[in-house]
Design a protein around this ligand. Structure first.
Ligand code: CTP
Length: 405
Protein backbone atom coordinates (compact mmCIF):
# COMPACT_ATOMS: atom_id res chain seq x y z
CA UNK A 1 0.00 0.00 0.00
CA UNK A 2 1.17 3.54 -0.78
CA UNK A 3 1.40 5.49 2.43
CA UNK A 4 2.49 9.12 2.86
CA UNK A 5 3.84 10.05 6.28
CA UNK A 6 3.79 13.81 6.86
CA UNK A 7 6.14 14.95 9.60
CA UNK A 8 5.80 18.38 11.18
CA UNK A 9 8.03 20.32 13.54
CA UNK A 10 7.77 18.75 16.96
CA UNK A 11 10.18 16.77 19.11
CA UNK A 12 7.92 13.72 18.75
CA UNK A 13 9.26 13.49 15.17
CA UNK A 14 11.92 11.11 16.50
CA UNK A 15 9.18 8.58 17.29
CA UNK A 16 7.90 8.82 13.72
CA UNK A 17 11.15 7.21 12.56
CA UNK A 18 9.98 4.04 14.31
CA UNK A 19 6.50 4.39 12.77
CA UNK A 20 8.04 4.51 9.29
CA UNK A 21 10.13 1.43 10.10
CA UNK A 22 7.02 -0.47 11.21
CA UNK A 23 5.19 0.46 8.00
CA UNK A 24 8.14 -0.61 5.84
CA UNK A 25 8.49 -3.85 7.78
CA UNK A 26 4.82 -4.57 7.14
CA UNK A 27 5.52 -4.30 3.40
CA UNK A 28 4.18 -0.82 2.63
CA UNK A 29 5.63 1.74 0.23
CA UNK A 30 6.26 4.85 2.31
CA UNK A 31 6.99 8.42 1.20
CA UNK A 32 7.94 10.78 3.99
CA UNK A 33 7.08 14.45 3.55
CA UNK A 34 8.60 16.55 6.31
CA UNK A 35 7.99 20.25 6.75
CA UNK A 36 11.04 22.54 6.88
CA UNK A 37 10.56 22.77 10.64
CA UNK A 38 10.45 18.99 11.02
CA UNK A 39 13.96 18.77 9.55
CA UNK A 40 15.29 20.69 12.55
CA UNK A 41 14.37 17.65 14.66
CA UNK A 42 15.13 14.75 12.30
CA UNK A 43 17.08 15.29 9.08
CA UNK A 44 16.54 14.19 5.48
CA UNK A 45 19.13 11.34 5.51
CA UNK A 46 17.30 9.60 8.35
CA UNK A 47 13.95 9.81 6.55
CA UNK A 48 15.48 8.61 3.29
CA UNK A 49 17.25 5.73 5.00
CA UNK A 50 14.20 4.46 6.88
CA UNK A 51 11.67 5.01 4.09
CA UNK A 52 14.02 3.93 1.26
CA UNK A 53 12.60 6.80 -0.81
CA UNK A 54 13.78 10.29 -1.73
CA UNK A 55 12.58 12.98 0.59
CA UNK A 56 11.83 16.59 -0.21
CA UNK A 57 9.88 19.37 1.46
CA UNK A 58 9.51 21.60 -1.53
CA UNK A 59 6.91 21.81 -4.29
CA UNK A 60 9.67 23.04 -6.60
CA UNK A 61 11.62 19.77 -6.70
CA UNK A 62 10.82 17.19 -9.33
CA UNK A 63 8.36 19.60 -10.99
CA UNK A 64 8.20 17.58 -14.20
CA UNK A 65 6.42 14.80 -12.29
CA UNK A 66 4.03 17.31 -10.71
CA UNK A 67 5.10 15.84 -7.41
CA UNK A 68 2.92 18.17 -5.33
CA UNK A 69 -0.24 16.54 -6.63
CA UNK A 70 1.15 13.17 -7.68
CA UNK A 71 1.97 12.10 -4.12
CA UNK A 72 -1.48 13.02 -2.87
CA UNK A 73 -3.18 11.27 -5.76
CA UNK A 74 -1.17 8.08 -5.36
CA UNK A 75 -1.50 7.90 -1.59
CA UNK A 76 -3.85 5.29 -0.18
CA UNK A 77 -3.39 6.64 3.34
CA UNK A 78 -1.78 9.77 4.78
CA UNK A 79 -0.58 9.91 8.37
CA UNK A 80 0.62 13.23 9.80
CA UNK A 81 2.81 12.43 12.81
CA UNK A 82 3.43 14.50 14.78
CA UNK A 83 0.79 17.06 13.91
CA UNK A 84 1.67 20.36 15.57
CA UNK A 85 -0.89 23.01 16.50
CA UNK A 86 0.45 25.09 13.60
CA UNK A 87 -0.03 22.28 11.05
CA UNK A 88 -3.48 21.53 12.39
CA UNK A 89 -4.38 25.21 11.91
CA UNK A 90 -2.92 25.17 8.39
CA UNK A 91 -4.86 22.04 7.48
CA UNK A 92 -8.06 23.61 8.76
CA UNK A 93 -7.78 26.58 6.40
CA UNK A 94 -6.30 24.51 3.59
CA UNK A 95 -2.94 26.25 3.34
CA UNK A 96 -0.69 24.79 0.66
CA UNK A 97 2.63 26.57 1.10
CA UNK A 98 4.77 23.43 1.14
CA UNK A 99 4.75 19.88 -0.26
CA UNK A 100 2.84 18.44 2.69
CA UNK A 101 0.14 21.12 2.37
CA UNK A 102 -0.36 20.53 -1.36
CA UNK A 103 -0.33 16.76 -0.91
CA UNK A 104 -3.03 16.98 1.76
CA UNK A 105 -5.20 19.06 -0.57
CA UNK A 106 -4.64 16.80 -3.56
CA UNK A 107 -5.64 13.56 -1.86
CA UNK A 108 -8.88 11.68 -1.50
CA UNK A 109 -7.24 9.01 0.68
CA UNK A 110 -8.06 8.67 4.38
CA UNK A 111 -6.01 11.10 6.48
CA UNK A 112 -5.01 10.41 10.09
CA UNK A 113 -3.23 12.93 12.29
CA UNK A 114 -1.53 12.39 15.63
CA UNK A 115 -1.49 15.69 17.52
CA UNK A 116 1.54 16.45 19.71
CA UNK A 117 1.86 19.69 21.66
CA UNK A 118 1.76 21.15 25.11
CA UNK A 119 -1.47 20.75 27.06
CA UNK A 120 -2.21 24.51 26.98
CA UNK A 121 -1.92 24.57 23.20
CA UNK A 122 -4.06 21.44 22.84
CA UNK A 123 -6.77 22.85 25.11
CA UNK A 124 -6.79 26.28 23.46
CA UNK A 125 -10.18 27.01 21.89
CA UNK A 126 -8.49 27.71 18.54
CA UNK A 127 -6.90 24.24 18.43
CA UNK A 128 -10.06 22.56 19.69
CA UNK A 129 -12.16 24.33 17.05
CA UNK A 130 -9.67 23.31 14.35
CA UNK A 131 -9.73 19.69 15.51
CA UNK A 132 -13.52 19.76 15.44
CA UNK A 133 -13.51 21.10 11.87
CA UNK A 134 -11.03 18.46 10.70
CA UNK A 135 -13.02 15.72 12.39
CA UNK A 136 -16.18 16.90 10.63
CA UNK A 137 -14.28 16.71 7.34
CA UNK A 138 -13.48 13.09 8.04
CA UNK A 139 -9.89 13.44 9.23
CA UNK A 140 -9.10 10.77 11.82
CA UNK A 141 -7.66 12.23 15.00
CA UNK A 142 -5.47 9.68 16.80
CA UNK A 143 -4.71 10.76 20.37
CA UNK A 144 -3.15 12.73 21.88
CA UNK A 145 -2.29 10.64 24.94
CA UNK A 146 -2.23 11.97 28.45
CA UNK A 147 1.32 11.78 29.80
CA UNK A 148 4.65 13.36 30.40
CA UNK A 149 5.54 16.18 28.01
CA UNK A 150 8.90 17.58 26.95
CA UNK A 151 9.07 20.35 29.53
CA UNK A 152 8.66 17.82 32.34
CA UNK A 153 5.02 18.78 32.86
CA UNK A 154 2.28 16.34 32.05
CA UNK A 155 -1.24 16.27 30.60
CA UNK A 156 -2.98 15.62 27.28
CA UNK A 157 -0.75 16.49 24.31
CA UNK A 158 1.68 13.61 24.11
CA UNK A 159 1.88 11.86 20.75
CA UNK A 160 0.74 8.22 20.71
CA UNK A 161 3.46 5.59 20.59
CA UNK A 162 4.53 4.39 17.10
CA UNK A 163 2.97 0.95 17.58
CA UNK A 164 -0.36 2.50 18.57
CA UNK A 165 -0.33 4.81 15.55
CA UNK A 166 0.56 1.89 13.29
CA UNK A 167 -2.37 -0.22 14.56
CA UNK A 168 -4.88 2.62 14.55
CA UNK A 169 -3.89 3.93 11.12
CA UNK A 170 -3.95 0.53 9.45
CA UNK A 171 -7.28 -0.26 11.11
CA UNK A 172 -8.69 2.67 9.11
CA UNK A 173 -8.04 0.68 5.96
CA UNK A 174 -9.37 -2.58 7.30
CA UNK A 175 -13.08 -3.35 7.03
CA UNK A 176 -14.48 -3.62 10.54
CA UNK A 177 -16.45 -6.74 9.64
CA UNK A 178 -15.78 -8.40 13.01
CA UNK A 179 -16.66 -5.31 15.07
CA UNK A 180 -18.07 -6.27 18.43
CA UNK A 181 -17.62 -10.01 17.84
CA UNK A 182 -16.06 -11.88 20.76
CA UNK A 183 -13.58 -14.54 19.75
CA UNK A 184 -11.43 -17.02 21.67
CA UNK A 185 -8.20 -18.24 20.11
CA UNK A 186 -5.62 -20.67 21.43
CA UNK A 187 -2.06 -20.49 20.15
CA UNK A 188 1.36 -21.99 20.78
CA UNK A 189 2.24 -25.42 22.04
CA UNK A 190 1.49 -27.02 25.38
CA UNK A 191 4.22 -28.32 27.67
CA UNK A 192 3.42 -31.32 29.82
CA UNK A 193 5.72 -31.38 32.84
CA UNK A 194 7.80 -34.47 33.49
CA UNK A 195 9.66 -32.98 36.45
CA UNK A 196 10.59 -29.41 37.42
CA UNK A 197 13.09 -29.10 34.56
CA UNK A 198 11.68 -31.27 31.75
CA UNK A 199 8.56 -31.35 29.69
CA UNK A 200 6.93 -33.02 26.69
CA UNK A 201 6.41 -30.31 24.11
CA UNK A 202 6.17 -29.59 20.42
CA UNK A 203 7.56 -27.15 17.88
CA UNK A 204 4.60 -24.81 17.54
CA UNK A 205 5.82 -21.18 17.75
CA UNK A 206 2.34 -19.68 18.12
CA UNK A 207 2.81 -17.43 15.07
CA UNK A 208 -0.32 -18.58 13.24
CA UNK A 209 -2.53 -18.15 16.30
CA UNK A 210 -1.03 -14.73 17.03
CA UNK A 211 -1.67 -13.71 13.40
CA UNK A 212 -5.29 -14.88 13.76
CA UNK A 213 -5.67 -12.76 16.89
CA UNK A 214 -4.03 -9.69 15.32
CA UNK A 215 -6.16 -9.95 12.18
CA UNK A 216 -9.36 -10.38 14.20
CA UNK A 217 -8.54 -7.35 16.37
CA UNK A 218 -7.68 -5.27 13.30
CA UNK A 219 -11.14 -6.12 11.98
CA UNK A 220 -12.76 -5.00 15.23
CA UNK A 221 -13.18 -8.26 17.18
CA UNK A 222 -12.75 -8.48 20.94
CA UNK A 223 -10.15 -11.23 21.28
CA UNK A 224 -9.11 -13.53 24.09
CA UNK A 225 -5.81 -15.13 23.14
CA UNK A 226 -4.89 -18.16 25.21
CA UNK A 227 -1.14 -18.34 24.68
CA UNK A 228 0.77 -21.52 25.45
CA UNK A 229 4.54 -21.02 25.74
CA UNK A 230 4.90 -18.35 23.07
CA UNK A 231 8.16 -16.38 23.01
CA UNK A 232 7.97 -12.68 23.84
CA UNK A 233 8.93 -11.55 20.35
CA UNK A 234 6.17 -13.61 18.71
CA UNK A 235 3.63 -12.57 21.34
CA UNK A 236 4.51 -8.92 20.67
CA UNK A 237 2.51 -9.36 17.44
CA UNK A 238 -0.64 -9.61 19.59
CA UNK A 239 -0.15 -6.26 21.32
CA UNK A 240 -3.46 -4.56 20.59
CA UNK A 241 -6.07 -2.86 22.79
CA UNK A 242 -8.69 -5.40 21.67
CA UNK A 243 -6.58 -8.46 22.55
CA UNK A 244 -6.58 -9.90 26.04
CA UNK A 245 -3.72 -12.41 26.42
CA UNK A 246 -3.92 -15.25 28.95
CA UNK A 247 -0.78 -17.30 29.26
CA UNK A 248 -0.96 -21.01 30.01
CA UNK A 249 1.46 -23.94 30.17
CA UNK A 250 0.06 -27.45 29.99
CA UNK A 251 -2.94 -28.84 28.08
CA UNK A 252 -5.20 -29.00 31.14
CA UNK A 253 -4.59 -25.32 31.84
CA UNK A 254 -5.19 -24.41 28.20
CA UNK A 255 -8.44 -26.38 28.23
CA UNK A 256 -9.68 -24.54 31.30
CA UNK A 257 -8.80 -21.12 29.87
CA UNK A 258 -10.43 -21.92 26.54
CA UNK A 259 -13.64 -23.23 28.10
CA UNK A 260 -13.83 -20.03 30.11
CA UNK A 261 -13.17 -17.76 27.08
CA UNK A 262 -15.42 -19.79 24.78
CA UNK A 263 -18.44 -19.38 27.04
CA UNK A 264 -19.01 -15.83 25.76
CA UNK A 265 -17.43 -16.14 22.30
CA UNK A 266 -19.13 -16.23 18.92
CA UNK A 267 -16.09 -17.87 17.33
CA UNK A 268 -13.57 -20.31 18.84
CA UNK A 269 -10.33 -21.15 17.07
CA UNK A 270 -8.02 -23.85 18.39
CA UNK A 271 -4.74 -23.08 16.70
CA UNK A 272 -2.63 -24.39 19.58
CA UNK A 273 -0.72 -27.64 19.24
CA UNK A 274 -1.98 -29.60 22.21
CA UNK A 275 -0.13 -32.60 23.58
CA UNK A 276 -2.22 -35.72 23.15
CA UNK A 277 -0.61 -37.32 26.21
CA UNK A 278 0.92 -36.14 29.47
CA UNK A 279 3.10 -37.92 32.01
CA UNK A 280 0.84 -39.73 34.48
CA UNK A 281 2.32 -37.61 37.21
CA UNK A 282 4.90 -34.85 37.22
CA UNK A 283 7.75 -35.59 39.63
CA UNK A 284 8.24 -32.97 42.31
CA UNK A 285 12.01 -33.43 42.30
CA UNK A 286 14.23 -33.58 39.24
CA UNK A 287 14.49 -37.16 37.96
CA UNK A 288 18.07 -38.42 37.87
CA UNK A 289 20.01 -41.16 36.16
CA UNK A 290 21.50 -42.01 39.50
CA UNK A 291 18.11 -43.14 40.69
CA UNK A 292 17.46 -44.83 37.36
CA UNK A 293 14.02 -43.26 36.93
CA UNK A 294 14.59 -41.66 33.54
CA UNK A 295 14.25 -44.70 31.35
CA UNK A 296 10.49 -44.64 31.07
CA UNK A 297 7.71 -42.11 31.29
CA UNK A 298 4.18 -43.39 31.83
CA UNK A 299 1.61 -41.41 29.89
CA UNK A 300 -2.07 -40.74 30.19
CA UNK A 301 -4.22 -39.31 27.39
CA UNK A 302 -5.28 -35.67 27.56
CA UNK A 303 -8.87 -34.68 26.88
CA UNK A 304 -9.46 -33.51 23.34
CA UNK A 305 -10.22 -29.87 24.09
CA UNK A 306 -11.71 -28.81 20.76
CA UNK A 307 -13.99 -31.88 20.64
CA UNK A 308 -15.31 -30.92 24.07
CA UNK A 309 -15.77 -27.28 23.06
CA UNK A 310 -17.60 -28.22 19.86
CA UNK A 311 -19.87 -30.68 21.67
CA UNK A 312 -20.98 -28.19 24.29
CA UNK A 313 -20.99 -25.03 22.20
CA UNK A 314 -23.72 -22.43 22.61
CA UNK A 315 -26.13 -22.07 19.69
CA UNK A 316 -24.61 -20.48 16.62
CA UNK A 317 -21.02 -20.51 17.87
CA UNK A 318 -18.50 -21.36 15.15
CA UNK A 319 -15.67 -23.70 16.14
CA UNK A 320 -12.50 -23.98 14.08
CA UNK A 321 -9.74 -26.56 14.53
CA UNK A 322 -6.32 -26.87 12.97
CA UNK A 323 -4.41 -29.87 11.77
CA UNK A 324 -0.74 -29.90 10.89
CA UNK A 325 -0.10 -32.91 8.69
CA UNK A 326 3.09 -34.30 7.24
CA UNK A 327 1.42 -36.21 4.38
CA UNK A 328 2.81 -34.60 1.22
CA UNK A 329 0.09 -36.00 -1.05
CA UNK A 330 -2.58 -33.28 -1.13
CA UNK A 331 -5.51 -35.68 -1.67
CA UNK A 332 -4.50 -37.94 1.17
CA UNK A 333 -4.00 -34.92 3.40
CA UNK A 334 -7.45 -33.58 2.55
CA UNK A 335 -9.05 -36.96 3.21
CA UNK A 336 -7.41 -37.19 6.61
CA UNK A 337 -8.52 -33.62 7.36
CA UNK A 338 -12.11 -34.50 6.45
CA UNK A 339 -12.08 -37.44 8.84
CA UNK A 340 -10.55 -35.26 11.55
CA UNK A 341 -13.21 -32.57 11.04
CA UNK A 342 -15.98 -35.14 11.40
CA UNK A 343 -14.37 -36.77 14.40
CA UNK A 344 -13.96 -33.47 16.22
CA UNK A 345 -17.39 -32.13 15.25
CA UNK A 346 -16.03 -28.71 14.26
CA UNK A 347 -17.41 -26.37 11.60
CA UNK A 348 -14.11 -25.65 9.90
CA UNK A 349 -10.78 -27.42 9.95
CA UNK A 350 -7.71 -25.62 8.62
CA UNK A 351 -5.17 -28.15 7.43
CA UNK A 352 -1.59 -27.31 6.66
CA UNK A 353 1.40 -29.19 5.43
CA UNK A 354 4.03 -29.25 8.12
CA UNK A 355 7.34 -29.64 6.31
CA UNK A 356 10.66 -27.79 6.29
CA UNK A 357 9.25 -24.77 4.42
CA UNK A 358 5.76 -24.53 5.88
CA UNK A 359 3.98 -24.55 9.19
CA UNK A 360 5.84 -24.89 12.47
CA UNK A 361 8.50 -22.26 13.16
CA UNK A 362 8.19 -20.78 9.65
CA UNK A 363 6.92 -17.27 8.88
CA UNK A 364 4.91 -18.65 5.95
CA UNK A 365 2.09 -21.12 5.86
CA UNK A 366 -0.23 -22.77 3.37
CA UNK A 367 -3.66 -24.01 4.44
CA UNK A 368 -6.84 -25.43 3.08
CA UNK A 369 -10.02 -24.95 5.05
CA UNK A 370 -12.42 -27.89 5.09
CA UNK A 371 -16.06 -27.03 5.69
CA UNK A 372 -19.55 -28.52 5.36
CA UNK A 373 -19.66 -31.86 3.58
CA UNK A 374 -15.86 -31.96 3.48
CA UNK A 375 -15.69 -29.20 0.86
CA UNK A 376 -12.55 -27.09 0.59
CA UNK A 377 -14.14 -23.71 1.36
CA UNK A 378 -10.93 -21.65 1.33
CA UNK A 379 -7.26 -21.95 0.68
CA UNK A 380 -4.39 -19.57 1.25
CA UNK A 381 -0.65 -19.50 0.93
CA UNK A 382 1.68 -16.79 2.12
CA UNK A 383 2.49 -15.03 5.35
CA UNK A 384 0.69 -16.27 8.44
CA UNK A 385 -1.20 -12.96 8.46
CA UNK A 386 -2.44 -13.61 4.91
CA UNK A 387 -3.50 -17.09 5.94
CA UNK A 388 -5.25 -15.59 8.99
CA UNK A 389 -7.15 -13.21 6.70
CA UNK A 390 -8.40 -16.11 4.56
CA UNK A 391 -9.49 -18.09 7.62
CA UNK A 392 -11.47 -15.15 9.01
CA UNK A 393 -13.06 -14.63 5.60
CA UNK A 394 -14.11 -18.29 5.65
CA UNK A 395 -15.53 -17.87 9.18
CA UNK A 396 -17.49 -14.79 8.09
CA UNK A 397 -18.78 -16.60 5.03
CA UNK A 398 -20.03 -19.44 7.16
CA UNK A 399 -21.62 -17.08 9.66
CA UNK A 400 -23.45 -15.33 6.84
CA UNK A 401 -24.80 -18.69 5.66
CA UNK A 402 -25.93 -19.39 9.23
CA UNK A 403 -26.72 -15.67 9.87
CA UNK A 404 -24.97 -15.85 13.23
CA UNK A 405 -22.53 -12.95 13.63
N1 CTP B 1 -6.61 -30.58 19.94
C1 CTP B 1 -7.28 -30.39 21.13
N2 CTP B 1 -6.99 -31.18 22.20
C2 CTP B 1 -6.09 -32.17 22.12
C3 CTP B 1 -5.39 -32.38 20.89
C4 CTP B 1 -5.68 -31.57 19.82
O1 CTP B 1 -8.12 -29.52 21.21
N3 CTP B 1 -5.85 -32.90 23.18
C5 CTP B 1 -6.96 -29.73 18.79
C6 CTP B 1 -5.84 -28.87 18.26
O2 CTP B 1 -5.81 -27.62 18.89
C7 CTP B 1 -6.21 -28.72 16.79
C8 CTP B 1 -6.93 -30.03 16.49
O3 CTP B 1 -7.33 -30.56 17.73
O4 CTP B 1 -7.13 -27.69 16.58
C9 CTP B 1 -6.13 -31.03 15.72
O5 CTP B 1 -5.10 -31.55 16.46
P1 CTP B 1 -4.33 -32.88 16.00
O6 CTP B 1 -3.22 -33.08 16.97
O7 CTP B 1 -4.02 -32.79 14.56
O8 CTP B 1 -5.48 -33.95 16.18
P2 CTP B 1 -5.46 -35.38 16.77
O9 CTP B 1 -6.87 -35.71 17.08
O10 CTP B 1 -4.48 -35.47 17.87
O11 CTP B 1 -5.01 -36.26 15.54
P3 CTP B 1 -3.59 -36.91 15.19
O12 CTP B 1 -3.68 -38.31 15.62
O13 CTP B 1 -3.49 -36.74 13.71
O14 CTP B 1 -2.55 -36.13 15.95
Amino acid sequence: MNIVVGVTGGIAAYKTVQLVRLLIKAGHEVTVIPTEDALRFVGTPTWEAVSRNTVTTSVHDDVAKVRHVALGQAAELIIVAPATANTIAKMTVGLADDLLGTTLLATTAPVAITPAMHTEMWRHPATQANIQTLRERGVHILGPADGELTGGDSGPGRMLEPEEIFDAALALLTPQDLAGTRVAISAGGTREPIDPVRFLGNRSSGRQGVALAAEAAARGAQVTLVAANISADVLAGARHPLIDVRTVGAAAELGEAMRDAAASAAVVIMAAAVADYRPTSAAEQKLTKEEGVLDRIDLVENDDIVTGLAASRPNGQIVVAFAAETLTDADARRERARRKRDRKGVDLLAVNLADAAHGFENPDNAVEVIGDGGAVVASAEGSKREVARAIWDAVLNLSQQHSTL
